[in-house]
Design a protein around this ligand. Sequence first.
Ligand code: SAH
Length: 257
Amino acid sequence: MAEGRPYVFHVLTLFPQMIRQAVGHSVLGRAVEAGLIEVRVHDIRDHTSDRHRTADDEPYGGGPGMVMKVEPVAGCLARVRAEAAPGTRALLMSASGVLFHQAMARSLAAEPGLILVCGHYEGVDERVALHYVDGEVSIGDYVLSGGEVPALVVVDAVARLIPGVVGNRDSLAEESHEEGLVEYPQFTRPAEFEGHRVPEVLLSGNHAEVRRFRREQALDKTRRNRPDLAARLPPEPARGRPRPPRLGRPPDPEETR
Ligand code: SAH
């Protein structure tokens, strides 16, 4: 991202309000107000050519539901690519795409901006994936009714990695998935609630002990909740920073099982 210029997300959708409303609050809302990011929403229906503004049609070969037509999406994308910064990547939100993950968010945050295309109904004419975007991204192994929530997931994950969006840079480095681990558990006041005490070591003021405790807890929680991640950690003493996987790939095929 060029210093001083906002990182621009372009979201192409049939339901612009879903995106507009969601980006007006909290961390994203403040980032927009501060001019750190911009979220431009483009209505795919503005690129239909018939009187009824038809954006979907029946699938060739039969089958249930409706499929989003290629022309309005391609037309909208052409317009957006013309206004986006050169080199901006366009990704189609898709339940059959490659899995989104933290390292991908990091690579995307280092690019000049991002174009996201939201499908709806039974999906989008495959020619969009084949010829008009640079990749297909899934946010997880479940099917949602539209690409708007997935696009917001990507916008949120990428935006908080843009410098200045999250106040304290240190909080980013220690978060879940940054080192192939989930984050250590966090506690705040009071030190005791309904008989449940905060671990003593956190009150001790001994920073080395706190660091060691947190590391152990993060490992423990990773093993319990995410055995798939734990299996990929290097053997104990040699553990360094794992190399981020290439963009467009989940960290390991094991994870998708
Ligand atoms: N028939 C499709 C699902 C269509 S869901 C299939 O079986 O794969 C409608 C739209 O929602 C998709 O075009 C996509 O844009 C979005 N979508 C649904 N689940 C998603 C997921 N897990 N990740 C990203 N996008 C998703």
